[in-house]
Design a protein around this ligand. Sequence first.
Ligand SMILES: [Fe+2]
Length: 296
Amino acid sequence: MLCPYHAWSYRLDGSLRRAPGFDGTGIFDPSVHGLVELPCAEWHGLVFVNPSADAGDFSAQVEGLEDIVAPYELERLVTRGHHDYVVSANWKVLSENYQECYHCPSIHPELCAVSPPRSGENYHHPAGSWVGGWMEIREGYQTMSLDGTSSASPLRGLDDLHRKIVDYIAIFPNVLVSLHPDYVMTHVLTPLAPDRTRIVCEWHFAPEDAASDEFDPSFAVDFWDVTNRQDWLACESVQRGLSSPHAVPGPLSEEEDGVYQFVTMVAAAYAGKAPRPASASVPDRAVRAERSAQPG
Ligand SMILES: [Fe+2]
C-alpha cells in the first residue's frame, strides 16, 4: 500500500515498509510508524472495524442473522456496481427510511410495481444489534428491477421462499444489506456532518454471472439508483423539516415498527448500553410462511 501524499509504503499487515528520505538517517525507527492497529471482524465478506476497541463481541452483534444472511454466500459474490452519494440528511434519518415502506406508495412507483409495499414482516430478534424484515416480489416477477426481470441467475442454494422475497437488514450502526434472489446490495452510511451523510451503494452478483464481460448489472443498479434517489430527496426534505424550530416528533404508524426497533436500538447505544432493539410482537418468517400456506 502506498500513501499518495508522501509515498510512504506499508505492508499488508500495516507495518511501515519505507519512508522516502528517511533511509540511512539513523534517527528513524520504521517499527513505530506503522498504521494504527484496530480490532476488526470479517463476516460474510464484510469487514467491521471497531475503532473505539470497546464494542464488545462481534458475534453478539449479529446474533440471529446467520441463518438469514448465510444462504446468499455474500463472501463469494463479485461487486459489479458502485455508486457514491452525498445526501444532505442525518445518517439516522436515512436508516429510518430504510426500515419502513409506509412511504413507498407515495414516492416509489417503480418499487411498488414489482413488490407490494405492505407485503412481508419485520423480524423480531432483540438479541443482536440489527433490525430488518422482508418483502415479497410480485407473482410473475424475478427480482427488483424496472421491469421485474433479471439478467443474473438466482443465487445458488436459495430455496423457493428466498427466490420470492427480498430481505432488508440494517446492521448497527451503518451497514444496510439487501438480499435479493439474484444479487445482494449493500449500503454503507458514513456521517460527514450532523446533516450530511456519504452513502456507498454496491451491487454484488454470483461469480458465474459477473465473471463474464457480457454480464450487464444495470437491471439491478438502475432500479436501485432510481429508488435510492427518491429516498434521498425524501430524507433531505425530512432533514429540512427537522431543522425547523417548530419540528416535533410525530407518532409511528403500525407499518413503522422497524423504525421503532431502530430508534430504541440507537437510544440504548446513546445511553451506554448494548445497542439492542426493543421487543416488538411481530411474527418471524416461519410463522409468516405458514400463514401464507393456509387457504383463505
Ligand atoms: Fe424508500
